[in-house]
Design a protein around this ligand. Sequence first.
Ligand code: ARG
Length: 493
Amino acid sequence: MQKGVPFGAPFCIFLNGRELRYNPPMSEKKSTPEAATSSTWGGRFEEALSEVAMRFNASVSVDKRLAPQDIRGSIAHSQMLAKIGVLSEAEAEAIRAGLVEIGEEIERGEFVWSDELEDVHMNIESALRTRIGEAGAKLHTGRSRNDQVATDLRLWTRDACDETAERIRALQRVIVDRAAETVDLLMPGYTHLQRAQPVRVGHHLLAWAEMLDRDYGRLLDARRRLNESPLGSAALAGTTFPLDREMTARALGFERPTRNSLEAVGDRDFLVEVTAALANCAVHLSRISEELVVWSSQEFRFVQMSDAFTTGSSIMPQKKNPDMAELTRGKTGAVIGALVNLLVTLKGLPLAYNRDLQEDKKPTFEAFDTVRDCLLVLTGAIESMRFHGDDMRAALREGFLDATEIADWLAERGVPFRDAHHVSGRLVAKAASQKKTLGELSLEDYRAEHGSFDESIFAALDMETAVERRDVVGGPAKRRVLAAIEEFRLRLQ
Ligand code: ARG
């Protein structure tokens, strides 16, 4: 590796048009925030940035998460500069080796980040210069932090989409396994949170898997669109150096270079797309959570959450709270907030890059972190919860969930459905007033409402029969649910 600037030798970097003269302390190899305060500003500026402005300006506490992507992007850029003859092979190799070492130092948690160096890009570049000297100062040729940060963020988001999509798949797999296990359990299906018609538990669970399937698709769809390389757009208008943008795009796994330099540095709608997909996913997870909260209540008792995913109360010893579901529901607000945050940040920004865009990372990171945590925790909670089949079945006895069967029985025998519906309603009223179920009414009770009733009406009231007769595509009949499970399993492989 090429020898760097000797320890302690001052050097200059340019930041926001100011020349920052940096004097590394003699005793220390790495930059430290304390050391940086001894620097002096030059160039256009006569005064140093005020302390408050410096803190306000700095984003490194947030964007240091982009370090692996920043290093990857810089290596690709330097290799390309060597290929077009702007750097020598030796310089490119010094840059590569230096960046790899810095990356390792960051990973070990030994890298000292400095607010005075603003962001992840300047921190790494400055460390590279300390390490390898002049070659490090050539890295930024034909590049601006504007195309650099846009590139880093697309690389980061692409990985985050892949990881989140994989976690969605993992949750779907658990749900589909649990659906297979509960295909013979019946439960009330609800509308308006009122018992409506019987369904298979497995059918209900597959509904969750369906929601998540669209979330998965939306994330991967957004990922496809964001997979273009802004590198080479420079500050806004490209560069005079004959950069090979195809080469860097390929090296970074992008489909192609972006097509317009102004737009490439000013665009963040890829973040809007992914956070919208995440917000949708969070809303789905929240709705699933709401059902888990309701189902695990004493009023429902449909499921029991495992100890590993519930907490107790500090005052009420009997409590077992579905906190994971509640927190998932609660954290959804932050994800929706991230989407709104990004949209409002972008609204009204002229082309090309504006510093407002620095505020794009916090909501993006928060949205991904939150959704990934929620996915992980719900996967565990759903995998380990117990179904109370008897309580579900008991819930089918009250609420006249078989009233539709009576209307259908008549309609199948030629009675117009609206009239049949009316007859069934009168029978429900009759049963309710006698505190009976529909099955407990006598054939005479039925005949009093409609002459065509015969004994076969009682078989139609059976819940299992009611579910099995719903044998349409997407319905709860056993063979339909089993087919849906098979189809999911193929898709989730
Ligand atoms: N930290 C900045 C950001 O995240 C990097 C780009 C800064 N560009 C500039 N011209 N000041 O947006």
